[in-house]
Design a protein around this ligand. Sequence first.
Ligand code: UD1
Length: 426
Amino acid sequence: MSTIAITGGTPLGGAVRVSGSKNGSLPLLAASLLIDGEVIFKNIPEIADVTTMIEMLKALGAQVTHDTGDGLRIDASNINSVSAPYDLVRRMRGSFYVAGPLLARFGEAQVPLPGGCVIGTRPVDFHIRGFKALGATVEEKYGVMHAEAKKLHGARIYMDPRLRSVGATVNIMLSGALAEGVTVIENASREPEVVDCQRFLTACGADIRGIGTTTLEIHGVSKLHGCEWTAISDRMEAGTFLIAGAMTGGDITLDPVDPEHMQMVFDMLQQVGCEITAEGTRVSLKMDQRANAVDIMTAPYPGYPTDLQPSTGALMAGARGTSVIEETIFDARFNYVDELIRMGADVRVMEGAAIFKGVPQLYAAPVVATDIRAGAALILAGLVAEGTTEISGAELVGRGYVDIIGKLSELGADIESIAQTDQEDM
Ligand code: UD1
């Protein structure tokens, strides 16, 4: 386990380079399994979750090579296994993305069920229902999903409109790309990361209509070819840094950011009192007052992102006034709140919502990161707390953020990694 120490009180200032998107890269990497030939990806972030997905692709027989620049070449021409190792699936739920491509291209996929997760119940029933609708026989036994189909056939799949599952949209879309006939996904996710995957598949020869909408029509093709593709930048990383700027009374510039992807976050930041300017892919934030409290409700895109809910909670913990944050996506996503309370926050969690009564000052305390985004929220709290906050379990943050310590240090934060002890994966 690693520990991060942060001494709070410095306003952040300067420029940060935003890395490629974690949630965008994982579907792209899994999609490479559909392709008989080489794909070259650019802007894939160097984070633990990407390493896990690369290990997964290699375990299935793909050739993966890193170019001297930031290119990642994947050749899935010689896949020799349709069985995903449990050790990799248990590290990251995104590994389940390999199920759709394996089933579509090789007629079979054996992927362990990913199981529970600290942010709440995260079943894969929508994915499995989709595979069945496309004609696969699916058996779940001994903790493994075994799906088989000589050939998948297009079908109309209706997903829960309240949840618009990101993962199920990706998995069904990847299976439909090589199915016979037309697959329609109703209430598909419109997250920018899903849309980027749709555009990538199209560049590889897939026929997808309704790109970026909630009704996708995927006209199956018999084969996809390779291409070169640059992953979009990470809107969660950008959002986390902007919130850090807002909390510390900072003056920061981020690049590259797609402002289109950030409207709800900009809106929240403007409401709390920040000045935001966007020019092309450069976004700047200035804040010279204590944040005003605002109410937030998470929702599928274009709603407020659940992945930024914990960082937003850290902001509201120190805001002027009372804020209600409603979480509509994951049932246990307030688990960072107890740690914030240890730092002096005044928060009450009710069913699906938390009420933050802003306090003028947070105080350092030893705290534990339980997941990627909870860890990021605690880092932000540490940036404004009086004293030195030690966050253990900080390796979880490295699953989703490229060099967060280095990037925050460059902005003037007093932050360092202080310990590394061997422990089982969490
Ligand atoms: C993805 C993101 C995650 C983000 C989430 C919501 C990746 C790798 N992860 O996770 O960072 O927080 O989207 O934006 O991109 N559900 C079911 N059955 C299913 C699938 C989902 O009930 O088969 C439920 C989930 O429990 C959750 C909701 O649907 O309540 C949305 O989940 P989903 O959009 O699928 O999230 P993930 O793809 O797991």
